[in-house]
Design a protein around this ligand. Sequence first.
Ligand SMILES: NC(=O)c1ccc[n+]([C@@H]2O[C@H](COP(=O)([O-])OP(=O)(O)OC[C@H]3O[C@@H](n4cnc5c(N)ncnc54)[C@H](O)[C@@H]3O)[C@@H](O)[C@H]2O)c1
Length: 278
Amino acid sequence: MVSHLDRNTVVVIGAGGMGMAMARRFASGRLLVLADSSATRLENALAALQGEGHTVEGLGTDVSDRGSVEQLAKAARSHGRIEAVVHTAGVSPVTATARQIYQVDLLGTAHVIDAFFAVASPTMSLVCVASMAGQFASLSGDLERHLATAPTDLLLGHSEIDLDAPDSAVAYVVAKRGNQLRVQAAAHAWGGKGARLNTISPGVISTPMGVEELQGPMGAYMQSMIDLSGARRLGTPDDIAGAAAFLTGPESSFITGNDLLVDGGAVAGQRWQAGSAP
Ligand SMILES: NC(=O)c1ccc[n+]([C@@H]2O[C@H](COP(=O)([O-])OP(=O)(O)OC[C@H]3O[C@@H](n4cnc5c(N)ncnc54)[C@H](O)[C@@H]3O)[C@@H](O)[C@H]2O)c1
């Protein structure tokens, strides 16, 4: 009789549009630990996944709270070896303030990197979902170094990080660039444990968040990014889950500390089709 204790564990943080695609991609034949701060979202997700026959355990987790993420990591490790962790929880500038974005998207990702480093074992792979927005950042060298290497409890304390800024779009760009840089800086230590970590930077993806963005104040600009992209379509959550499957599997064993841009060519289109070429 095979029990769930004989299976590898995969952790998916965030039960939104991308999180559910990740859950469905990774759950078969594994024990899935699914985390989200919204009790309703988590309950609905667990019911759907269990109804499809998956072995899944849910844990209410707020990534902006260090202790909460540490509990999640310990609970996942208590089941045995963790094969992969995919972090999709986040908030967007359409609904969140600058402070919330810094606390969830920037600090929350640093908590995930720290807490899962503590329980990492050889071949474990962590993927954090950043954003193509990080590619548009033009930050000072001092802020880049801070985002990459500052102790996590001091991460939000930099003179160029304004928690009360009225424009949360700037916070989103800084937070997502921060995710990419932090993963770069952590890769050497993770390698010491035989583990890897990377970011994925999605373009515009058809999830509740992506649709809200398209309907928000930046909607026309985002639609123009899609129109000027190579793929000329919205991305699907499964496009991102496919990239995460690659980055957590053996075919990417030489890729760590890196960012994989999965944007349908939107960033390329902005550079070469939008009249911004030098
Ligand atoms: N959808 C897009 O177009 C797009 C594009 C680029 C990047 N992203 C990034 O992809 C990630 C996933 O986005 P999505 O489209 O699946 O969004 P979504 O809104 O569908 O899901 C996000 C999930 O995160 C959860 N969450 C929010 N705050 C949390 C917290 N403090 N702790 C734990 N869980 C929390 C929410 O409850 C929700 O279930 C985010 O980091 C987002 O910034 C999205």
